[in-house]
Structure formats: structure tokens, C-alpha cells
Design a protein. Structure first.
Length: 279
């Protein structure tokens, strides 16, 4: 294990519960927290194949990784998971709600009610369920708590992302309330910009699109998030595009959103075709 002093100072010997651990940002975080930070990670996901692959990739540090396979959007799964941890005397130092889902770019009025429900359950309600279930297992200490990986879409809604932006905005508000209420614990919310993850795995049109060109690699974003946690930052906007979106929404909350939509339309990327189809 090659320990990173800055990461190990915070993560050494901590037990971290991490959702979406098997791919993208989650996988990057898992490798960093274990190999560089010296943490123990309990990964949450649905693919046993990916989890076993990650365990193999950890090599000599594989004993610091364990996993549970379940759908994070189901409340009962979290209740069962937390009960199992309590029964085995496991104390959770940090819960990182990282799992996320994204629907294809589509006009708000054309997005189905089922899509709104499914996206909200994964991006927002899963964090609520996870927090409610595991909070009793998290010590009331300033270095223990909850980190919610939100999105720049919660700071600046983008045309064609109604379901996603709404779910992440709800997560933002929920986390901010937790910050004010759980003062004895470390509560944080981070807003990464576009990241090259499996979030868009069901949409082939994202490859080599305008969206893909501005995206940050998953490993790089994982490093940014890990560093923010180690520094105990309670809020961070991560990525150039995220910072530009945040600035635009603050300075020009109406005109700025129209400008972003105009740029998306002019890019002629296929990923946005269903948003501007009738224009």
C-alpha cells in the first residue's frame, strides 16, 4: 500500500460505506481511499462481477474491501443493511452517497412520470434512506459523517435534464438541512461537473459529443472529491464546467440558462437531438 499522507491523515482505519462503488467515480474513490488513505470500504452496488473485479484490482489491499449487493433506491434494503452492520458491531465513520442515474436528454413535458420517479429514487431518496438507516451507527464526531455527491445540475439546471436536475436539487436542499441539524458530525455536499462515467451508458450519442468533450475523467473527479473530504470541506464545486455553470446561474439566472441552451443547440450533438427536435 502506498499511503498518501494528506488522505491517510483523515481516512486511516476509518470505515467508509460507499454507494455506486463498482464503477466511475465510486470505483476511483474506492481505490483511492483504500490504497492511498488506508480506509476500509464497504461498497454498495448491484453487479457482483464488477465488485469481484474491483476486489481483484485492489490486490494485497483486497482485505480492506467488502461489498453488499442491493438496489439503493429501496428503503427496506437499507434497513436490512444497517441492521446487519449493527448486529456485527460495525461502526460507520463516513457514508458517501455517490450512486446516480441519468435519463436521456429530453424535454420536461415529454419525460414520463415513471422516469421522474425512478431518477428521484436513485439520486435523492436513496441518500435519504441511507442516511436515516446508518446515522445511528455514525459517531457524533467532527471527522465522521455523510458526504453526498450531488451535481452541478443542482446549481444550474440544463435544458433537457428536468428529471435529473430536479432530483439533484432535492439532494442539495436535503444535505444543506442536514448540515444545520447535525452539527456534531461532518456533513458535506459536492457538485461535480460533467464526468466520464457510466451515467450515460445507455446513450451511445454521448460518445465524442460536445458533452463528452467537456467531461472530466472519473479518476480525476474521484481525486478531487477525496481531497475535499480529507480537508473536511463542507461544500465544493468541482470541474471547470461546474464552476462556469455556478457562476452563470448566479450572475444571469434567466439569460444565462438560455445561453447554455443556445450553445447546446448550436453544437448539433446527437445527444441533444430530442431536446431541440421541434425547433
Amino acid at each position: 500500500m502506498v499511503i498518501n499522507m494528506k488522505l491517510s491523515k483523515f481516512f486511516q482505519n476509518k470505515t467508509v460505506v460507499l454507494t455506486g462503488a463498482s464503477s466511475g467515480i465510486g470505483k476511483g474513490l474506492c481505490l483511492l481511499l483504500i490504497k492511498k488513505g488506508g480506509a476500509r470500504v464497504i461498497g454498495i452496488g448491484r453487479s457482483q462481477e464488477k465488485m469481484l473485479s474491483l476486489q481483484k484490482e485492489l490486490g494485497e489491499d483486497a482485505d480492506k474491501f467488502s461489498f453488499s449487493l442491493f438496489d439503493v433506491s429501496v428503503r427496506q434494503n437499507w434497513l436490512n443493511f444497517a441492521a446487519n452492520l449493527a448486529q456485527n458491531g460495525v461502526c460507520v465513520d463516513i457514508l458517501i452517497n455517490n450512486a446516480g442515474a441519468f435519463a436521456s436528454f429530453l424535454k420536461a413535458a415529454n419525460t414520463s412520470a415513471e422516469t421522474y420517479r425512478a431518477i428521484a429514487e436513485t439520486n435523492y431518496l436513496s441518500a435519504v434512506y441511507a442516511t436515516s438507516a446508518t446515522l445511528p451507527l455514525i459517531p457524533k464526531q467532527k471527522e465522521c459523517g455523510i458526504v453526498n455527491v450531488c451535481s452541478s445540475a443542482a446549481l444550474c439546471s440544463v435544458v433537457g435534464t428536468a428529471a435529473y436536475s430536479a432530483s439533484k436539487t432535492a439532494l442539495k436542499a436535503y444535505t444543506e438541512c442536514l448540515m444545520m441539524e447535525e452539527k456534531d458530525r461532518f456533513i458535506a455536499v459536492y457538485f461535480p461537473g460533467t464526468t466520464k462515467t457510466e451515467l450515460f451508458r445507455n446513450d451511445e450519442n454521448t460518445k465524442n459529443s460536445a458533452l463528452d468533450l467537456v467531461a472530466t475523467s472519473a479518476d480525476k473527479m474521484a481525486k478531487k472529491i477525496a481531497k475535499c473530504i480529507a480537508k473536511k470541506k463542507k461544500r465544493a464545486v468541482l470541474g471547470i464546467d461546474a464552476k462556469l455553470m455556478n457562476f452563470t446561474a448566479k450572475v444571469a439566472p434567466v439569460w444565462g440558462l438560455k445561453m447554455i441552451a443556445w450553445v447546446m443547440k448550436k453544437s448539433k450533438s446527437k445527444v441533444f437531438k430530442n431536446v431541440f427536435l421541434e425547433e
